[in-house]
Design a binder for this molecule. Structure first.
Ligand code: NDP
Length: 387
């Protein structure tokens, strides 16, 4: 049967990896369409409708989202709530309102200047972080009243709703949407698995994004029950590879490190990594994720999500990743870990037992090899890369 597969977010990191994979591995009769925001703003219902009317997809892989790393999340939240970041030894008091945080009291104004409130100040939490989430440094995290992260929630919810409803109306045979391990409960036990998604509130730094993504899972089951739709979702861990967003401020860990290391090599300065380097993460190379996503579209038929991740023993520290980046970049200068910057969650180990039950022999690209390919791509595409 001929099929038309629409990939939303087709110009992004994962979309371009799926393109590279399907350029070489499309089945007979498959037509792959890769969308970017230039094809239409998926937050808008009429523009989404027009895309579905035009392409009449039989399958949809839904990647488009308003995304951002820890610092992008904090930046917006800090801009809105002005959270103070205090170091042990600084004079501090718990503050509950914006007004009391700034311009009130000499100690606070000094701290405000010292810590540069326009950018990074600290993690936002409705209570002090537990020992597990406190980095092994002398940081204290203080906060104002927590509040929903309006933009991340609304934009993602609008996009997801427009896609799902159009898939129902157009009788799309299969919809695969992307969740993320960073939307799991903040306080949880490890390893996390697919059944634990809704077991508690997400980390306060990305609440809006997390709740919008969690609703995809809820709605997948609702669409299956009410309309018999074949919608599912996949849960990747941190992704990296060609076509990533290499912005140091707004990108994710590996692309941010690659760009920083590039600058350090170019300018003869130290390669400075934000945080202590101790948090642990699982990273999946984008081409591996692409291959597994296409497999899910073709072979995995359940509304319940499936985690697409490297094995638990392939979890690495940010320090290890940074050193792999330095090696791939052939950087031989000084490597510094700036422990005055936030670490984020200490770990979020995910179990890939479900995937291994179905794909026991799948071979993931090693971190060393994947980082080398991502670095090579960045060097070859420096002018045009998102950064
Ligand atoms: P990118 O930021 O690389 O790409 C985002 C894509 O979404 C782009 O194609 C962008 O189009 C498109 N897009 C964004 N907003 C709109 C909009 N309003 N209308 C239409 N298109 C839009 O994302 P990734 O490839 O990194 O992520 C893909 C998915 O994977 C996302 O759902 C993300 O949440 C999830 N994910 C990503 C992780 C990661 O480490 N990167 C980790 C876990 C999950 P344009 O290029 O035109 O702006």
């Amino acid at each position: 049967m001929p099929s038309t597969i629409l990939v939303t977010g087709g110009s992004g990191l994962v979309g371009q990896a799926i393109k590279a994979y399907t350029d070489a591995n499309a089945l007979e009769g498959e037509t792959w369409i890769f969308l970017s925001s230039k094809d239409g703003d998926l937050r808008k219902r009429d523009e989404t409708d027009a895309i579905f009317d035009r392409y009449k997809p039989t399958h949809v892989i839904h990647l488009a989202a308003k995304v951002g790393g820890l610092f992008a999340n904090l930046k917006q939240k800090v801009g809105r709530f002005r959270v103070l970041f205090l170091r042990r030894g600084d004079r501090h008091r718990r503050r509950t309102s914006d007004r009391s945080l700034f311009g009130n009291g000499k100690g606070e104004s000094k701290l405000t200047k010292m810590n540069n409130p326009t950018f990074f100040l600290g993690l936002v939490a409705d209570r002090p972080p537990s020992r597990a989430h406190r980095p092994a440094t002398s940081h204290l995290y203080y906060y104002t009243s927590p509040s929903p992260f309006v933009e991340f929630y609304r934009e993602n919810t609008l996009i997801n709703d427009n896609i799902m409803e159009n898939c129902r109306l157009h009788n799309v045979a299969k919809l695969v949407s992307m969740l993320s391990t960073c939307i799991f409960p903040d306080k949880t036990t490890y390893p996390i698995d697919e059944t634990m998604l809704h077991d508690g509130p997400p980390h306060p730094s990305n609440e809006g994004y997390a709740y919008a993504k969690r609703l995809i899972d809820t709605m997948n089951r609702a669409y299956a029950e009410e309309y018999g739709c074949n919608f599912t979702s996949i849960i990747p861990t941190n992704i990296y590879g060609p076509h990533d967003n290499f912005s140091i401020e707004n990108g994710h860990v590996i692309p941010g490190l690659i760009h920083k290391c590039y600058k350090a090599r170019r300018d003869g300065t130290p390669f400075t990594i934000w945080g202590t380097g101790s948090p642990l993460r699982q990273f999946i190379y984008s081409l591996d994720l692409a291959e597994l996503t296409v497999w899910v579209m073709r072979e995995y038929h359940s509304p319940d999500p499936i985690t697409l991740s490297v094995d638990e023993d392939a979890e690495v520290s940010i320090r290890d990743v940074a050193l792999a980046v330095a090696r791939a970049m052939k950087f031989d200068g000084e490597v510094v870990f700036d422990s005055t910057k936030a670490d984020g969650q200490f770990k979020k180990t995910a179990s890939n037992k479900k995937l291994r039950g179905l794909r026991p022999d799948y071979k993931f690209t090693t971190m060393e090899e994947g980082v080398q390919r991502a670095v090579d791509w960045f060097l070859e595409n420096y002018e045009s890369a998102r950064k």
